[in-house]
Design a protein around this ligand. Structure first.
Ligand SMILES: O=C(O)COP(=O)(O)O
Length: 223
């Protein structure tokens, strides 16, 4: 099989495709940076560059706040409240689906594939973002970082999504943009595809089984 031509790496349809959310389905960086900088301004702190915020995304909201509020390590809970409240109220001011999301979801659904979102973002914000961008109905399961005791890079949320879909690991694929996604996939025994256009660093992309520069590269489906 020529996997350079076929980033899916399989010729038969997976039964379940799990998508990361931030940096994979949705370019949410500007809104996340705005919420981080709202939080920082509430503490009288100067804004961070968007690029700096990008490097801190991936291990959930609490981790993001901890990394972007190092001056106030004792105020993490208040910082998290400020961040979550602002992000909830401004979930998609700038956030947009990446090119190719809708045709990909449609093609997968037509192929009978169960679709899931497995994110480290809080579940309520995942649902809100998917609703506002009018794609919530595509997904049979939406699991945020609070859906399990240990979020990505632990395999737990992928295992839960597979359980909910009634699918075993060899029949599942994880599409993401960070080491959290690919480490979780490997630990769950699931094939992974890296979105190089997302928020991860180049070294992280090497942890996936294959890489794509656009979701459009996943079409036409090879199965
Ligand atoms: O909220 C985060 O830390 C990242 O969310 P993601 O798992 O959808 O990329």
């Amino acid at each position: 099989m020529d996997t350079t031509q076929n980033p899916w790496g399989v010729m038969t349809a997976p039964s379940l495709v799990m998508f990361d959310l931030d940096g994979t389905l949705v370019d949410s960086l500007a809104d996340l940076a705005a919420s981080v900088n709202f939080m920082r301004s509430s503490f009288g702190l100067p804004p961070l560059a968007t690029e700096t915020v990008r490097q801190c995304i991936g291990k959930g909201a609490r981790n993001l706040v901890g990394r972007t509020l190092p001056e106030r390590a004792d105020d993490l809970d208040r910082g998290l409240d400020l961040f979550l409240e602002h992000n909830g109220a401004n979930i998609a001011v700038h956030s947009r689906l990446y090119p190719g999301v809708l045709p990909l979801l449609a093609a997968l659904r037509d192929a009978g594939v169960f679709l899931a979102v497995v994110s480290n973002k809080p579940t309520v914000l995942c649902r809100q973002l998917l609703d506002v961008l009018e794609v919530a109905d595509w997904f049979g399961t939406v699991l945020g970082g609070d859906a399990v005791a240990q979020c990505k890079p632990w395999p737990d949320p992928l295992l839960l999504a597979m359980e909910q879909a009634g699918v075993v690991a060899p029949a599942a694929v994880m599409i993401g943009d960070s080491s959290n996604d690919f480490d979780a996939a490997r630990a769950a025994g699931v094939r992974s595809i890296a979105c190089t256009f997302g928020f991860g660093e180049p070294w992280e992309m090497e942890l996936a089984d294959s890489r794509i520069d656009s979701l459009e590269a996943l079409l036409p489906l090879p199965f």
